[in-house]
Design a protein around this ligand. Structure first.
Ligand code: ZN
Length: 338
């Protein structure tokens, strides 16, 4: 990130004699803005403890002269500016099996809605870059080499690590892998990122780590984390991943007990909502269709209600991860939405 010049009106709360609104002049250069967390940071400058949060700097301490305030603000404005301008991009990574053909989708309705219907399905993973941090959302089908595909389940055509190599991103640079849910087409390549913190809904984590996992719950692709070898954070509700509201895991249970969708607030494109498997294709989304294999019908319907209200309020682009018709809602790889 380039040095940021700060000339921001800042509201100062505190006990200083000149507390009020200041414009920081002259602009100053930030030496190392990338070293600052986008979340609130706390530091001590001389005898003055200072906390910085989005849009607010709080000075606690004895009275200070206005010139002291301005000097401090010149430095702190850099933190504020860099905190609010972390670069955010979203790239779709194809995680589909080779040569997908239109699929029979009858099983995606428990009301016999799609008896003779075929839909071109895909599988999508996403790379999200936030400042210098990377998150991968969903890890797709497993590779053939991993031996993790069960029965005649598909394997991925191009492994995520190969996509990343084209972007000059190494697996160890991925800070988080967030998964919408525990199904094998979403956690298949998690094992390629052993150094990453696994973010997963609490209901799903509990299912994976149960003494006797239920039918359809296969912890093998995430055994590195289940066995205690990797860092994991089970997410009970929503999770603001980077602390600035730009990337949020949304609690959308029903497909599985801890299923999540993902909100990504991009500066140019606006808000994008990635469904996870809340819905699998357009007709499924439009009619609030509940697959016969979901873990809870009423939770699915409540999640549809919340998700659609959120999409409307935020004027979001909704991307159904499995629907091939939604692939071009994002720029074609390797380009990223900003
Ligand atoms: Zn899926």
């Amino acid at each position: 990130m380039k040095p940021t010049h700060a000339s921001l009106p800042l509201r100062v709360a505190g006990e200083g004699q000149d507390g009020g609104t200041f414009r920081v002049l002259p602009p100053v250069s930030c030496p190392q803005p990338s070293a600052l967390s986008p979340q609130s940071v706390f530091l001590q400058l001389g005898e003055f403890p200072i906390s910085i949060g989005p849009g607010k700097i709080h000075l606690r301490g004895p009275k200070m002269k206005k010139t002291s305030y301005c000097l401090l603000l010149s430095v702190l404005a850099c933190a504020g500016a860099s905190a609010q301008t972390a670069e955010l991009t979203l790239t779709r990574l194809d995680c589909a099996a080779p040569n997908p053909t239109p699929s029979d989708v009858a099983r995606f309705s428990d009301t016999y809605a799609y008896q003779d219907k075929k839909v071109q399905l895909t599988a999508s993973c996403y790379l999200i870059k936030h400042g210098s941090d990377y998150l991968i959302w969903d890890t797709g089908y497993p590779t053939k080499e991993s031996g993790l595909a069960q029965g005649n389940a598909p394997t991925v055509q191009t492994p995520i690590v190969q996509h990343l190599a084209k972007l000059n991103v190494k697996p160890e640079q991925i800070k988080y892998i967030g998964v919408s849910h525990y199904h094998g087409d979403h956690i298949g390549q998690a094992g390629s990122f052993p150094a990453s913190t696994l973010l997963i809904g609490k209901g799903d984590w509990d299912a994976l780590t149960a003494a006797q996992p239920a039918a359809g719950v296969n912890p093998a692709p995430v055994k590195h984390w289940v066995s205690g070898g990797g860092k994991v954070e089970s997410v009970p509700k929503d999770k603001d991943i980077f602390g600035d509201g730009s990337v949020v895991m949304l609690d959308m249970p029903g497909h599985t007990p801890g299923h999540h969708s993902l909100l990504v607030k991009l500066k140019e494109k606006g808000t994008v909502l990635l469904t996870g498997d809340l819905a699998h294709f357009h007709e499924n989304y439009d009619s609030n269709g509940v697959p016969s294999f979901n873990t809870s019908r009423h939770e699915t319907l409540a999640s549809f209600d919340r998700f659609k209200a959120m999409a409307k309020n935020l004027k979001a682009t909704v991307i159904i991860q499995h629907d091939a018709r939604d692939i071009d809602k994002l720029p074609a790889f390797p380009a990223a939405a900003k």
